[in-house]
Design a protein around this ligand. Structure first.
Ligand SMILES: [Zn+2]
Length: 332
């Protein structure tokens, strides 16, 4: 049994309060290897941004939960070594069961998501409540994110063919019955790098897909029902076309890629949205650079010379997000 405070981590409570009143969002970046977590910490220390390190159940399977936990512990020291102690949260992304959440809480996570959004409403309430009761009764309060509404797309073990928007009429009841600390909602974001079908989009003259806008009307209604309550957006990568083009130039194939435009995320971050999840953009940045190097330097076989530049690109991407999209730079 390890408490997150022993690892030097924090929960989301204070961070979200400040983010909601300050009109910015905390970045929630997924990681499952060393180069990713180094890039995240370098970018967040340099831009003075708080950060949520997210682990999905797929990442736990890929990298092992004890290794991931100790990486999070390690980067608390790494940030200190880089010269600035930013607040760092270790968060379970899309917890699928009470047991998984409990396990993470007991091994040092400071925050968990219980995703009961695919269950009937009452089951979602009961499951979320059970996780909150356990998390909140720990010696060091662990924060819990719940979800109402279903996002389309695929993310590790979570997939859904059809989305449905969060119903504002349900949010007060859900939050008061479950006692969640934050709520993930569905207003048109989506998991993965092809967030919409081409038939849902329009196209620019050169064929680039323009996605349908987020449902800010639903977000506003939810904010009216729950003033100041922390709201979370999943599936919020922008899928930069430069990376898609680079990947395709060097032999990849990512047909019909489309993400959420950064201006819309910036607008959302100014509202009660205080956590924005970004995973696919990091995958694209790394893959683009790796493909470029493998093609341009066929003699290269030292993984450090392949993954190192990919890490530098990731850092650049995350710094840009903190400064220009989320507004979290300077808030640590
Ligand atoms: Zn998600």
């Amino acid at each position: 049994m390890t408490s997150y405070k022993e690892l030097g981590l924090v929960n989301t409570k204070e961070l979200f309060k400040k983010a909601v009143s300050g009109g910015y969002a905390i970045p929630a970046y997924n990681f499952n290897n060393m180069e990713q977590i180094q890039a995240i910490i370098q970018a967040c220390v340099e831009t003075r941004s708080p950060v949520i390190l997210q682990v999905s159940s797929g990442a736990r399977k890929y990298a092992n939960q004890n290794i991931l936990k100790n990486m999070a512990k390690g980067v608390v020291e790494y940030a200190h070594e880089l010269g600035y102690d930013i607040p760092i949260v270790l968060h379970l992304d899309h917890g699928s069961s009470f047991e998984l959440c409990k396990d993470c809480i007991e091994t040092g996570f400071s925050s968990v998501m219980i995703d009961g959004s695919h269950f009937p409403y009452d089951e979602n309430v009961a499951l979320t409540r059970k996780v909150c009761d356990f998390a909140h009764s720990q010696k060091d309060y662990v924060t819990v994110e719940g979800e109402l509404g279903v996002l389309a797309g695929v993310e590790d073990d979570v997939s859904s063919e059809h989305s449905h928007y969060t119903q504002p009429s349900e949010v007060i009841d859900f939050v008061s019955k479950t006692k969640v600390d934050s709520l993930a909602i569905s207003i048109g974001t989506s998991h993965g790098r092809a967030k919409f079908k081409p038939s849902q989009c329009t196209r620019t003259p050169d064929g680039i897909l323009i996605p349908p806008p987020l449902r800010f009307d639903i977000l506003e209604e939810i904010e009216k029902k729950l003033p100041g309550f922390p709201i979370v957006l999943h599936g919020s990568s922008s899928v930069p076309i430069e990376y898609v083009h680079m990947i395709e130039k060097y032999g990849g194939k990512l047909t019909d890629s489309v993400g959420i435009p950064e201006e819309q995320l910036r607008k959302a971050a100014k509202s009660a949205v205080c956590k924005i999840n970004i995973d696919s953009d990091g995958r694209l940045a790394m893959t683009a650079i790796i493909r470029k190097i493998l093609v341009e330097k066929p003699e290269e076989f030292d993984p450090r010379n392949i993954l190192g530049p990919a890490r530098d690109e990731l850092k650049k991407l995350y710094s840009h997000k903190n400064q220009n999209v989320l507004g979290s730079a300077g808030q640590a």
